[in-house]
Write a protein that binds this ligand. Structure first.
Ligand code: PEP
Ligand code: MG
Length: 571
């Protein structure tokens, strides 16, 4: 018997283990002792005595050496990692070597501050700047703080901050994690992850998904679980059971292991148990990602996020450079479906050459397709590059625009795409587009629902805000209603409607989406076998019943419970 807590302090219950609940992110079960990130690094105050003038060059050297040790460690981990993890680690390593940070620190040492004090002050200067730029740079602030702590710890002999490397496989519990901490996790030692904060689209969630690490976020009561306690983490149910009953816990671990082994046999293409075909595709950002997706039997690419390859670029990449990158993806899926999205620059993905630097409200600003208002040539040249890549690889990619809000935008985009012999579509990320789905389909050949943004705009909740993660949960009935309306429009027009937001990576929600009439699901490559296999266990009619149950529920938790009950009853 268990008791459940969703936000209350953890108290061992006489009646049985305590079950804390949160938002499930990556399915799988982990049983082990709790580890927590090491405590906060002690930062020096401003009252430290000045460094004498003659000792200042050596103090600068001390900073350079400490920053290099930090950068070197992170770069080494980046070399051992792949995909998003490698990227996050090398970005953080790059920050430790950043010339702007170095010169801000040197200036302060020149005026007498000790290296650790100068590091704290210079980092603060950058954090203030990024904060003033708005939500746009939220993730950057976390990175700078992380680098600051690592360098100060090195300078002051406090040891490396972050996640300890346990001797036995352990479950990591934390408030939230710095991107570099999550990216540096070794899945052989850290077998599960739960955070008090964070949403399904947070960095932690995205990397946990890539590592295939069972993960639950936004868990109430997590603070009170001490390091060393045994927990059973269930990434499908979204629970963390403290001091579980041993026999039951081991049985759940065994069942999860058997389920994971069954997944390794997944070869696609996906169908429901009664043979209804559903394309399970992958979200990728480059040729290497596309090859990895092909290896796990994704049927194609449902979302090529073209902007991600150019995040660090100061200048617009040439048509040739773009064409080469796109061709690498088309080649990995020769003869199969590839959906390329034109640059979704702005908001959480700023591109120096495409976006406005000082918008007051970037998530509602000139982002996605709207960047073509500032510079129509940017879109034209990108479409030229796509057409060139299609020609050299003899493929016919589908091309979609992000952040479409009006019929006129869809019509104009479709004209430009068709003129190049490509197949036009639009993303449904703005509620107005979902409401107008029927009319958008008069102009384009397909729709793809970006549930990450559609939930942020429908619930009016920043998708990066950990405090509002319950609102941007893709199980919100209002979001599912818009998905249902969009799918219905596709059915009326006989045109495909897919989902490519993180919602498509949740095997349980995938059943609901199929029941709502969605014809393709595109998710992280690591989620493809789980989603594809799950669909094979349910009949279409059960998916439809699950969809009705989810729509009728009052909130995400009720929707998950109702859908589980429908699926269990049909087993
Ligand atoms: C989405 O918004 O759901 C989506 C797939 O686009 P991105 O996450 O890249 O904004
Ligand atoms: Mg989006």
């Amino acid at each position: 018997m268990s008791t459940t807590s969703t936000g209350t302090a953890y108290l061992p219950q006489a009646s049985g283990p305590t079950v804390l609940t949160g938002t499930p992110v990556v399915p799988g079960v982990a049983l082990g002792p709790v580890i927590r990130p090491s405590g906060a690094v002690r930062l020096p105050g401003d009252g430290e005595p000045d460094v004498e003038e003659g000792a200042r060059p050596a103090e600068k050297q001390r900073f350079v050496a400490a920053a290099e040790v930090v950068a070197g460690r992170l770069a080494q981990r980046a070399a051992a990692a792949t995909g998003v993890s490698a990227e996050v680690l090398s970005t953080t390593a790059g920050l430790a070597r950043d010339r702007g940070l170095l010169s801000a620190v040197e200036q302060r040492i020149d005026s007498g501050s000790p290296a650790a004090v100068a590091t704290v002050q210079a980092a603060q200067q950058f954090m203030d700047m990024f904060t003033a730029l708005g939500g746009l740079m939220a993730e950057r602030v976390t990175d700078v703080r992380d680098v600051r702590d690592r360098i100060v710890a090195e300078l002051t002999g406090q040891g490396e901050p972050g996640v300890p490397s346990p001797d036995v496989p352990s479950v990591l519990l934390a408030d939230d994690l710095a991107p570099a901490d999550t990216a540096g996790l070794d899945p052989a030692r850290v077998i599960g992850l739960a955070t008090r904060l964070g949403g399904t689209t947070s960095h932690t969630a995205i990397i946990a998904r890539q590592l295939g690490l069972p993960c639950v976020v936004a868990v109430g009561g997590l603070d009170d679980v001490p390091a060393g306690a045994t927990v059973l983490l269930d990434g499908e149910q979204g629970t963390v059971t403290v001091d579980p009953e041993e026999f039951e816990a081991l049985a759940r671990v065994d069942a999860a292991r058997a389920a994971a082994e069954a997944l390794s046999g997944y070869e696609g293409p996906a169908t429901t148990k009664d043979g209804h075909a559903v394309q399970v595709l992958a979200n990728v950002q480059d040729g290497a990602g596309a090859q990895a997706a092909a290896a796990v039997h994704a049927e194609g690419v449902g979302l090529l996020r073209t902007e991600l390859a150019f995040l660090g670029h100061a200048e617009e990449p040439s048509v040739e450079e773009q064409a080469k990158g796109y061709a690498a993806v088309f080649e990995a899926f020769a003869g199969r479906k590839v959906v390329l999205r034109t640059l979704d620059a702005g908001s959480d993905k700023p591109l120096a050459f495409a976006t406005l630097p000082d918008e007051a409200n970037p998530a509602l600003g000139v982002r996605g397709l709207r960047i073509a208002r500032l510079d129509p040539g940017l879109l034209e040249r990108q479409l030229d590059a796509v057409a060139e890549a299609a020609r050299t690889t003899s493929s016919t990619p589908w091309v979609m625009a992000p952040m479409v809000a009006t019929v006129a935008e869809a019509a104009d985009f479709a004209t430009q795409v068709r003129a190049r012999g490509l197949v036009p579509g639009v993303m449904i990320e703005v509620p107005s587009a979902a409401l107008l789905a029927d009319r958008l389909l008069e102009h384009v050949d397909f729709l793809s629902i970006g549930t990450n943004d559609l939930s942020q705009y429908t619930l009016a909740a920043d998708r990066l805000s950990a405090d509002l993660a319950d609102l941007t949960d893709p199980w919100q009935p209002a979001l599912l209603l818009l998905v249902s309306m969009t799918a219905e429009a596709g059915r009326r027009r006989g045109k495909p409607v897919g989902v490519c937001g993180e919602a498509a990576a949740d095997p349980l929600l995938a059943c609901v989406l199929v029941g709502l009439g969605i014809s393709s699901l595109s998710c992280a490559a690591s989620a493809v076998p789980g989603v594809g296999s799950k669909l094979g266990t349910v009949e279409l009619a059960t998916c439809q019943e699950a969809a009705r149950a989810a729509l009728a529920a009052d909130g995400p938790a009720e929707a998950r419970a109702a859908v589980r009950a429908v699926l269990a009853a049909a087993e």
